[in-house]
Design a protein around this ligand. Structure first.
Ligand SMILES: Cc1cc2nc3c(=O)[nH]c(=O)nc-3n(C[C@H](O)[C@H](O)[C@H](O)COP(=O)(O)OP(=O)(O)OC[C@H]3O[C@@H](n4cnc5c(N)ncnc54)[C@H](O)[C@@H]3O)c2cc1C
Length: 458
């Protein structure tokens, strides 16, 4: 679509603007700048524009439009399908925009658009404050928030997007706006669930919460005990208070054999109440690993640092399970038994409590009922044949499909699952598409998830 002269003209303009912060394929830092979490992603963008502030973001956007270069935004590089990069495109790289301002008196934190969960939890720790994040510290906070943000505080404080108070956005036409409940309210609505479809988010303000420590950690059992453990998990979820959000699933053990894990995070003020839930979990079998302890929130997230290492090859399939029926338990345990690689995993994220009490039309996020987000994560080493690992993920996902809700978590749906993107938003879909046409009528932002810009596609 773009001709070589257009690329070279854009490069001239951007070089003048950014100096050596414009990277092209011949530059020594270019390969590192196009490396993302999933080593299977192999894209060849034409250039990377490393922005330092909102003025530069607006200027880069103008150049991209003028030269008709396809544009993507990159922060943590954790979109599993590598949608932060596009062949022949211009990557707006915000990784240098990492400021975090804590306002302890107001109980808020304002972060720049390139911040990761690691940046914000570290800055909040001295104040005993936290924000709702996902589980992995290296994930970009804006990307996580814009399409959802499942995490350990989901029951107590909702999704990450439920805690967003305001966002500064550079729109496709280069205008810089603030979106909050009173300014650009429709944009603010769409940003909370619609992903990076409406502009480049350069600042985000969140509600912060006091949490000196949470009772949290991994309890792992042998695969033989998985059916009892998952049934126990189901019963625990039925009674779980808001303060208790519990992940579960299968992770590789020390010899690569799959183990069933349960990871409670109790964020309530009464440690004895948390302890009772943990004791209940321990009684579901014979724990092989038992690391539950009171931890600062930053250290709760550190538990996941080594789980899914950068550079392996990944394929993800996800399903929204309304409940963990016996059939679902059987599918999951069978999948763990048949796992095709010693690195693959299955994770169940717990959505309940505060997240379920938000009205379904209050934000663009389309599912506000208790459920589990099941992530089937096929992992293989670079150089391995992917076929068996892909088949394992596809077969597991297909077996879960009849037990699942339509749609799925927009941040994790595959690029070709367009029908499920639409279903994920339910009754919010048409309003979201109208917002896309209003704020990005030319489809400048090819974001996660993909939204149509014409009526026909809607
Ligand atoms: C190991 C791993 C763990 C994860 N854990 C969780 C979890 O616990 N909970 C959860 O809900 N999700 C989780 N995710 C999904 C994750 O939240 C999304 O993939 C998210 O989009 C990643 O953001 P990023 O900045 O790291 O990725 P990138 O690949 O850099 O960006 C992905 C896309 O997000 C959009 N985007 C990012 N930043 C901006 C911005 N400032 N302005 C506009 N658009 C932007 C753009 O469309 C961009 O292309 C996880 C993913 C991985 C790989």
């Amino acid at each position: 679509m773009t001709s070589a002269p257009t690329v070279s003209h854009a490069a001239d303009l951007l070089r003048e603007l950014l100096g050596d912060r414009l990277l092209q394929p011949a530059d020594v830092d270019f390969p590192a700048a196009v490396t993302v979490w999933n080593g299977a992603v192999d894209r060849a963008p034409a250039m990377i524009a490393r922005c330092r502030d909102v003025g530069e973001v607006a200027a880069v956007l103008r150049v991209a439009r003028r030269c008709r270069l396809p544009l993507t935004v990159r922060v943590g590089g954790h979109d599993w399908a590598g949608r932060a990069l596009r062949d022949g495109g211009l990557v707006l790289d915000l990784t240098g925009m990492r400021e975090v301002e804590v306002d302890p008196a107001a109980g808020t934190v304002t972060v720049a658009g390139g911040v990761t969960a690691a940046d914000v939890v570290a800055a909040l720790r001295p104040y005993d404050l936290v924000v709702a994040t996902g589980v992995v510290r290296a994930v970009g906070l804006a990307g996580l928030t814009l399409a959802g943000g499942y995490g350990p505080l989901c029951g107590r404080h909702g999704l990450a997007l439920d805690n967003l108070l305001a966002a500064e956005v550079v729109l496709a036409d280069g205008r810089r706006v603030v979106a909050d409940p009173t300014h650009e309210p429709e944009l603010f609505w769409a940003l909370r669930g619609g992903g990076g479809n409406f502009g480049v988010v350069t600042r985000l303000t969140y509600r912060a919460h006091r949490l000196p420590a949470a009772l949290a950690g991994m309890v792992m059992f042998a695969l033989d005990e998985a059916v009892d453990v998952l049934r126990g998990y189901r019963d625990l979820l039925a009674d779980a208070p808001d303060e208790l959000t519990v992940m579960a699933g299968f992770l590789p053990g020390p010899q690569g054999e799959p183990l069933v894990f349960v990871c409670p995070v109790h964020s309530g003020a009464d440690p004895a109440a948390g302890q009772r839930h943990v004791d209940r979990i321990r009684a579901w079998g014979t724990p092989l690993v038992d690391q539950v302890a009171p931890l600062p929130y930053e250290d709760v997230l550190r538990m996941f640092d080594d789980g899914m290492v950068d550079g392996n090859h990944y394929l993800l399939r996800t399903r929204w399970l309304p409940e963990l029926t016996d059939d679902a338990v059987e599918v999951l345990v069978d999948a763990a038994r048949r796992v095709s690689s010693p690195y693959s995993a299955i994770a169940l994220h717990h959505f309940h409590g505060a997240a379920s009490r938000i009205g379904v039309t209050d934000t663009a996020f389309g599912l506000r009922a208790d459920h589990l987000l099941a992530e089937v994560i096929a992992v293989w080493a670079p150089g391995d044949e992917p076929g068996a690992h892909r088949d394992w993920a596809e077969r597991t996902s297909a077996a879960l499909a009849p037990l699942a809700l339509p749609g799925g978590y927009p941040n994790l749906l595959a690029p070709d699952e367009t029908d499920r993107v639409r279903l994920a938003y339910g009754g919010n879909w048409e309003r979201l598409c109208r917002a896309k046409r209003r704020y990005d009528p030319r489809g400048v932002f090819s974001a996660v998830p993909t939204l149509p810009v014409t009526d026909d596609e809607e």
